[in-house]
Design a protein around this ligand. Structure first.
Ligand code: HEC
Length: 227
């Protein structure tokens, strides 16, 4: 019997067989990589397969991105996909430099997400969880994971996310795609030359001040002992 679910599985099978072996294992558990609109993706998105019913009133947000990242520090990030008419969501995320190289280390916190060739994205468990928690999160799904900054600063980085808000029809029709990105710079690891200049100046002033005070005090003591 062809239920909606069976049709979904068939659509999935057809898509996989026509798209070639590179993504042959990608589907039941999550999307192929290079589809979040990033530099590494060459701007490609899930719209390659998902009919993007344009003009959705929802959004995707990346929460927890620092303005400046600390080299070596680990950040917990959240991709939140909200939509007033849909019922669940999947996503794909990456952190890249200006050339599209993946920077730092992404890590999962639960079975709702998985690493995928430089990207992190939903699993089928993640999609199931998103359907369960959709209403309690305010018509939204939240995927949480970690990103560890590289040990040495790698300059300005871009955090890229795509969210696919789904109607749970088990097909690639009727979905709403949302894209966003955020940029973070590296915290300067040591003071710059001009900052060092200020530090030296401050120390000199403090030392000079201390010497003057000590001298005045000892002169005052001398005067008192004479008087
Ligand atoms: C090669 C084609 C293809 C690409 C690319 C693709 N999808 Fe899909 N996707 C499908 C098909 C077909 C289905 C329906 C069958 C199914 O549910 O497994 C589907 C289903 C889904 C579902 C519902 C899954 C479920 O278990 O109900 C989500 C969420 C999803 N895709 C997210 C994405 C996201 C996010 C991207 C981009 C990062 C993406 N897809 C890219 C073909 C694709």
């Amino acid at each position: 019997m062809f239920t909606a679910r069976n049709l979904g599985a068939v659509a999935c099978f057809v898509a996989v067989s026509t798209m070639g072996s590179s993504i042959a294992v990608a589907f039941s558990g999550g999307p192929p990589p290079n589809l979040n609109g990033s530099t590494a993706s060459g701007g490609a998105t899930c719209a390659q397969c998902h009919q993007n019913s344009a003009g959705g009133a929802g959004s995707v947000q990346i929460l927890g991105v620092p303005t400046l990242y600390e080299p070596g520090a680990t950040y917990t990030l959240t991709v939140r996909i909200a939509d007033p008419i849909q019922v669940g969501a999947g996503y794909q995320f990456s952190v890249e430099d200006a050339t599209g190289a993946f920077i730092g280390t992404l890590g999962t916190l639960d079975t709702g997400s998985q690493l995928n060739a430089g990207f992190i994205n939903h699993t089928s468990t993640g999609v199931a969880t998103s359907l369960t928690n959709w209403v309690s999160l305010g018509n939204a799904a939240e995927y949480q994971f970690t990103w560890q900054a590289p040990a040495t600063g790698a300059g300005d980085l871009t955090f890229w996310a795509i969210g696919n808000a789904i109607d749970d029809s088990f097909t690639n029709q009727g979905d709403l795609l949302y894209l966003t990105n955020k940029t973070a710079g590296a915290v300067a690891p040591v003071p710059t030359v001009s900052e060092w200049g200020l530090v030296v100046m401050l120390i000199t002033l403090l030392t000079a001040g201390t010497i003057i005070m000590v001298r005045q005090r000892s002169r005052a003591l001398l005067v008192r002992s004479r008087g």
